[in-house]
Each structure stands twice: as C-alpha cells, then as structure tokens.
Write a protein that binds this ligand. Structure first.
Ligand code: ZN
Length: 156
C-alpha cells in the first residue's frame, strides 16, 4: 500500500477499530505525515456452498437474509437485530476456514442463532429447512424446544 499523498510505502497504523464485519484502520505516512483510513471487509465470495445433491453454489448472504426475514415475519424485531444475527452467522461460517461449506452446516448455524433469539422464528426456519416428513417429527422438535426453554428458566 502506498501513501495517497506522496506515494511513499513507509506507513504506520495509528488506530484500529472493528465494527460488525469491518476493520477500520487509521494510517499515517511516516514521510509526509498525511493520514488516511483503510477499511478491511470480510469477503466470503470465494466460499462455495455444497447442496444436499452435491452441487456447488457461491455463498450468498442475501439468501440467508431472506430466510431470516421469512422466519421473523410478523415477529417484533428490528432490522438492526436481524443484521446482527446475519453478521454472527457470517462470522461463524468464515471461522470454519474452508472454501466449501455444506448447506446443512449453514442451516445448523442459522438454527443455533435463531434458537437463542426467538422460538417461533427458530421453529419456522426449521420447518422449511429440515422438510419434516410427518407432523410427529415436527412436534418432537417443538417439545424439545419447550423442554430446553424450561431447563434454561430453571437454571436462571
Ligand atoms: Zn506520504
């Protein structure tokens, strides 16, 4: 990287801030003392998602966002909270340090975060994603959810 003012390579970082998926760094040119900012963004565009049938598809954050919005339909939650959940999901996928992630794994990560936030959103997402064959299977999942909630309440 070069100084935008004088072209020197002699730069130092004077401040670093993280915000969501961004890392913002303040840099100073040692030669001309000019300061400027650089922004580092997590880029998952190289990550491929392996679908159940084995085919590969580029990771698409928007499709996860759509799934979240569907799950939270008519549930009182702010755009910011949804963005936060999306960021957490993205970070977790990123932390796998792999270029191929199974769609199943992504589904499990989404489930994990939804479960923390809202039971209904979680169960809605689950019903679409797991494609239950029978109502009994789905009922079982609901019971599990209720039991876990009870356990958590007892512990608190
Ligand atoms: Zn300079």
């Amino acid at each position: 990287m070069k100084c935008p003012y004088c072209g020197s390579n002699d730069l130092k970082v004077t401040d670093t801030r993280t915000k969501g998926n961004y890392i913002k760094r303040k840099r100073q040119c040692v030669k001309c003392k000019g300061t400027f900012y650089t922004i580092e963004v997590i880029d998952l565009s190289e990550v491929m998602v392996q679908k159940r049938n084995g085919s590969l598809q580029a990771f698409n954050k928007i499709s996860i966002l759509r799934g979240l919005k569907r799950a939270f339909n008519k549930i009182n939650i702010s755009e910011e909270e949804i963005e936060n959940i999306l960021d957490n999901i993205e970070m977790e996928i990123y932390s796998k340090k792999t270029n191929i992630v199974k769609s199943e794994e992504i589904g499990n990560i989404v489930c994990k975060y939804l479960k923390k936030v809202n039971d209904i959103a979680y169960l809605r997402f689950l019903s679409v994603y797991k494609k239950y064959n029978t109502l009994d299977e789905f009922n079982e999942e609901i019971s599990k959810c209720i039991n876990e909630r009870k356990k958590n309440q007892e512990n608190n």
